[in-house]
Design a protein around this ligand. Structure first.
Ligand code: MN
Length: 293
C-alpha cells in the first residue's frame, strides 16, 4: 500500500445459517467504508439436502441488504411479501428503514456450489426511519476495461450507472480481472475497499488474497490492480466517509442504544413492527442487549 492510511486484512470465519462465511467488515477499528458497514463472503461451499444456507426470519433496521451471487441460488422472502430467487449476476436489494424482516433459504430450493457476498449499507438520516422496500435487478450495466469487466451493482462507474436505489453517494461494482494490470477509476472524494472474492491481486505491491480486504483512503483518482496469475474477482466498494457515528448490534444499524433496545423489544414481543415472513424456517431470536432493561 502506498499511503500510510491504507490497510489490508483477512476475513474472520463465522457460521451463518449453517454455512461458513468470511466476515470482511466491520473489522476493528474500521467499521465503515463510505456507507458500506458489513461485508460477508458466503462460501465457496456446497449446499446439500441436509446442509445449506438457511437463515430464518430475522429483523433489520436502518440498513440496506445487498445480495450478490457468484455461484448458486438463494431464495429471499420478506415481510413485504416478496419472494425472490436470486442467481449469479443479479442483485437483491432490501431497504429496512424503520423495520423489515426476511429469510434466506436454500433447503428444498437449491443443491450445489454456493458462493456469494452479502453486504449492508447504512441508511442516512433522511431515510432510515422511512418505509421498508425490496427490489430485484435481473440485469445490471457493465463496463469494459483493458483487462477487466465491471458490473455496476450500485451507483456509478466510468459513466455507467446502476438502476438500483441509492440513499447515499456510495458505489459498488463486481470486477472480473484477467492477468496483468488493470487501472480502475476512483472518485477522489470517496474512500474505497477491495474485497477479493476469487483469486488474488496485488495493489500497490501488497498481495491481497481471496477473502481478504484492502482499504484505500480517500484522495485517489484511480487504482492499479495487478493479477499475477490466473484470474480474479473482486468487489470494489466506495463512498464518501459516512458522517454519522453508528451503533451496530446484531441485525440493527442505529444511532443510539435506545433505538436498538426498542427494536429488540419489538422483535422479541412480535408487536407487528417487523411484520411476518412466510417461511418454513423458524424465527431467529437473540438475548436482549446488555444495556437494555
Ligand atoms: Mn438479514
Amino acid at each position: 500500500m502506498d499511503t500510510s492510511e491504507d490497510e489490508d486484512w483477512t476475513a474472520r470465519s463465522v457460521e451463518v445459517g449453517g454455512f461458513e462465511v468470511h466476515r470482511l467488515l466491520p473489522h476493528r477499528p474500521r467499521r465503515t467504508v463510505g456507507s458500506w458497514c458489513f461485508v460477508d463472503v458466503m462460501g465457496p461451499g456446497r449446499t446439500t439436502a441436509s446442509q445449506g444456507l438457511d437463515v430464518g426470519p430475522h429483523p433489520h433496521i436502518g440498513l440496506q441488504t445487498v445480495t450478490w451471487l457468484v455461484a448458486g441460488e438463494v431464495l429471499h422472502r420478506d415481510s413485504l411479501g416478496s419472494e425472490q430467487l436470486i442467481r449469479p449476476g443479479q442483485l437483491n436489494l432490501m431497504t429496512a428503514g424503520q423495520g423489515v424482516s426476511h429469510s434466506e433459504e436454500t433447503a428444498g430450493i437449491y443443491e450445489g456450489p454456493l458462493h456469494g457476498i452479502q453486504l449492508w449499507v447504512a441508511q442516512p438520516e433522511a431515510t432510515r426511519q422511512g418505509p421498508a422496500a425490496f427490489e430485484h435487478h435481473a440485469e445490471l450495466p457493465q463496463i469494459e476495461f483493458d483487462r477487466a469487466v465491471a458490473t455496476v451493482l450500485v451507483g456509478r462507474m466510468g459513466g455507467v450507472e446502476s438502476p438500483a436505489r441509492r440513499d447515499t453517494d456510495h458505489f459498488g461494482a463486481e470486477v472480473s480481472l484477467r492477468p496483468g494490470v488493470t487501472t480502475l477509476p476512483l472518485d477522489v472524494a470517496a474512500e474505497h475497499g477491495v474485497a477479493v472474492v476469487e483469486g488474488r491481486v496485488s495493489i500497490g505491491g501488497t498481495v491481497v488474497s481471496a477473502n481478504s480486504f484492502a482499504y484505500l483512503a480517500a484522495g485517489r483518482s484511480e487504482v492499479a490492480i495487478e493479477v499475477p496469475d490466473g484470474a480474479a474477482r473482486v468487489l470494489l466498494l466506495g463512498g464518501p466517509p459516512f458522517p454519522d457515528e453508528l451503533v451496530m448490534w446484531w441485525n440493527y444499524v442505529a444511532r443510539t442504544r435506545d433505538e436498538v433496545a426498542e427494536a429488540h423489544r419489538s422483535w422479541s414481543g412480535d408487536d407487528g413492527r417487523f411484520g411476518t415472513v412466510s417461511s418454513p424456517l423458524g424465527r431467529i431470536d437473540v438475548p436482549r442487549p446488555p444495556w437494555a432493561g
